[in-house]
Design a binder for this molecule. Sequence first.
Ligand code: CA
Length: 221
Amino acid sequence: MSGWLALQATGASADLITRWTFDGASANDTAGEFHSLPQGDVKLTTDEGRSVAQFGGNGSIVIEGGRNLFSRPEPFSLEVVVKPTAFNDGKIEPFLLGKPSYSWGLSYFRQGQIYGYINVGSNSIRAIEKNSIPLNKYSHAILVHDPSLDGTNFFLYINAVLVDSKRSAHPLVPNEVDVVIGQPGFEGMIDEARIYKHALTAEEVKDSMKKFPAAASSDQK
Ligand SMILES: [Ca+2]
């Protein structure tokens, strides 16, 4: 009985494939599954009491070992705590976390818009108003895909609020490229990047926000 309860209590965390806290000296993930290579102007730094990866607009963290992640229809969730420091208007649309271009991912677009993709650009869910994720402030973004659902199966949450959803028009497709955090063009901070082999429920999204708050004054262990 207690074992069963313990399993219940672990919930989504049991399906957390990996997580980048950027709390140590390297950019590697906590699971030790992936080799994370900061490229370009990425540096690990401290900001507002958090240990984060800082991107200056010309760098990204390339995750080796992630090439086969989600290359077939299966549930997944992507989560980041993000603080942009500049809009990237006129430049490429950088992925915060995912596989460019458009295999799957969460991106930061013009004027603070947030897009989530599967397969192609038109197959996206979005928060398109200006400052959906504002400059100079930590926000929390989660993209969820649950291919087991017949109808709406693709969800975008900002600060645990569902801002868009739809039925994905495409399944995931094989795309053997590296996963990246902060594709070149992104300027700002990323913390607590997480990948789940699980479709987070709305309740689990709220729980994750509580555990890893965007507005934390220090890192949550
Ligand atoms: Ca951190």
